[in-house]
Design a protein around this ligand. Structure first.
Ligand SMILES: *Cc1c(COP(=O)(O)O)cnc(C)c1O
Length: 362
C-alpha cells in the first residue's frame, strides 16, 4: 500500500481507533444506542469548547456549512454586521453574508497579521447598532492566531453584538475557552484538531445568542438551529446524521478527553516550536507575524515555486503538504501540526523538503 502522510491543515490523519470505530455496523439514528453515542459526543464537545452554558449542535456538513448556519440563524435582512478578516476564511464569511443579501462592514488585516483590537474598536464605535461580529480563531490561509479573549472583550465594551468565531482549524489544537472568554457562537468541523474524517460540523451557541436565533429572518431550513435544539430533547438530530462519522468522532473525543485538553494544546504548541526551529535551521522565514500553533506557514525563497515543490513531494513520496491560497499561491507552504500529526510525520516532511531545497541551491 502506498504511504500517505497528511501534513495538511485538514483533513488530518486519523488515529487507528477512529478508523476502526467507523468500520463498525451502521447504527440506526433513532435508537437508544445512537442516542447514547450522540450524548457522549455533545458532552465531550462541551468539554473541548470549555463551556457549560452553551448548547452544542451537530450538523452533517463541512466547516463551511457551519459558517453558513451561523449567518442564516443569527441575521435578518438589513442587519449590520462586522467581519474582522485575517485571510481567506474571514473573506468566506463576507461571501456567505453577501450571498444572503447582508453587506458586512469589513475590517481587513494585511495577510499574516492577527486582528487588531484597536481597529476593531474604531469599527465598533462607528457602527453602534451592529448585531454580530465575526472572527476566525486561527486563519488557516495565513497561519495566524487571533487573541479572541481581547477581541471579544472589545465587542462587549462597545456594543451588544454577539461574538461569532470560526474555530474550524483552531479547536482542540489552540487554546480556546468559550465561557470565560465571552464567545457567543463557536463553529468547528470534524476533520482538523478533532481527529475525525471530514463531514461533521458543530456550533456551540450561548444563551445570549438564542434570542437572535429565534428572531432571525434570513431563509433557513436544513441548517435551522431551532429544529436542531428541539431534537436534542430526544437525543436526535432532525434529519439522518452521518452516523459513521459520529462513531468516529466519539472515539476521537474519548482520546482528547483522556489526554486532557490542556495537554492537547501543549502538544500542539511543542510541534509548532519544533517546526519553526527546523525552518530557522534551514534559513527559511515564517509568513505569519502572529503565528498559530496549528500550522507553520513558511515563505519560499526567491525562485522556488512552492506549489511545484509540494506536488513533487506528494507524487514521489506520498506526503501531503499545503501550498498558499489566493495571492500566496506558490509563495508559501503550510505544514500542519494539529490533531493526530506526529513528530515522525513532520520529520518525513522535513526530509522531503530539505532534499528538494538543497537541489534548488537553497
Ligand atoms: C477548514 C476551515 C474551514 C472549513 O472548511 P471546509 O472545507 O468547509 O471544512 C473554515 N474555516 C477555517 C479557518 C478552516 O481552516
Amino acid at each position: 500500500m502506498k504511504r500517505y502522510i497528511l501534513l495538511t491543515p485538514g483533513p488530518t490523519p486519523l488515529p487507528p481507533a477512529v478508523s476502526e470505530a467507523m468500520a463498525r455496523p451502521i447504527l440506526h439514528h433513532r435508537t437508544q444506542e445512537f442516542g447514547d453515542l450522540f450524548d457522549a459526543v455533545l458532552d465531550d464537545m462541551r468539554y473541548v469548547y470549555q463551556t457549560q452554558g452553551a448548547t452544542v449542535l451537530m450538523m452533517t456538513t463541512s466547516g463551511t456549512g457551519s459558517m453558513e448556519s451561523a449567518v442564516v440563524n443569527l441575521l435578518s435582512p438589513g442587519d449590520k454586521i462586522i467581519v474582522h478578516t485575517t485571510g481567506a476564511f474571514g473573506d468566506r464569511f463576507v461571501s456567505i453574508a453577501k450571498a444572503y443579501g447582508v453587506s458586512p462592514v469589513v475590517v481587513a488585516e494585511e495577510w499574516g497579521h492577527a486582528a487588531d483590537p484597536a481597529r476593531l474598536r474604531q469599527a465598533l464605535q462607528a457602527n453602534k447598532d451592529v448585531k454580530a461580529v465575526f472572527f476566525q480563531h486561527t486563519d488557516t490561509s495565513t497561519g495566524v492566531v487571533n487573541d479572541l479573549e481581547k477581541l471579544a472583550h472589545e465587542v462587549r465594551e462597545q456594543s451588544a453584538a454577539v461574538v461569532v468565531v470560526d474555530s474550524v482549524s483552531g479547536l482542540a489544537a489552540e487554546p480556546l475557552k468559550m465561557d470565560s472568554w465571552g464567545l457567543d457562537v463557536v463553529l468547528t468541523g470534524s476533520q482538523k484538531g478533532l481527529m475525525c474524517a471530514p463531514g461533521l460540523a458543530f456550533a456551540a451557541v450561548s444563551e445570549r445568542a438564542w434570542p437572535l436565533v429565534e428572531s432571525a429572518k434570513l431563509p433557513r431550513f436544513y441548517f435551522d438551529w431551532r429544529a436542531m435544539r428541539k431534537s436534542l430533547k430526544n437525543r436526535e438530530t432532525p434529519y439522518t446524521p452521518g452516523v459513521t462519522l459520529v462513531a468516529g468522532q466519539a472515539e476521537a473525543l474519548k482520546m482528547i478527553r483522556h489526554e486532557g485538553i490542556e495537554n492537547v494544546w501543549k502538544r500542539t504548541a511543542e510541534l509548532a516550536r519544533y517546526t519553526r526551529a527546523w525552518a530557522g535551521r534551514q534559513g527559511l522565514s515564517l509568513f505569519a507575524k502572529d503565528p498559530a500553533n496549528i500550522l507553520t506557514a513558511i515563505n519560499m525563497p526567491a525562485g522556488v515555486d512552492g506549489d511545484a515543490l509540494i506536488k513533487d513531494i506528494l507524487a514521489k513520496e506520498g506526503i501531503s503538504i499545503a501550498g498558499g491560497q489566493v495571492q500566496l499561491k506558490g509563495k508559501i507552504i503550510r505544514i500542519a501540526h494539529m490533531g493526530y500529526i506526529t513528530k515522525a510525520d513532520l520529520d518525513a516532511g522535513f526530509a522531503a523538503l530539505e532534499a528538494r531545497l538543497s537541489k534548488a541551491g537553497v
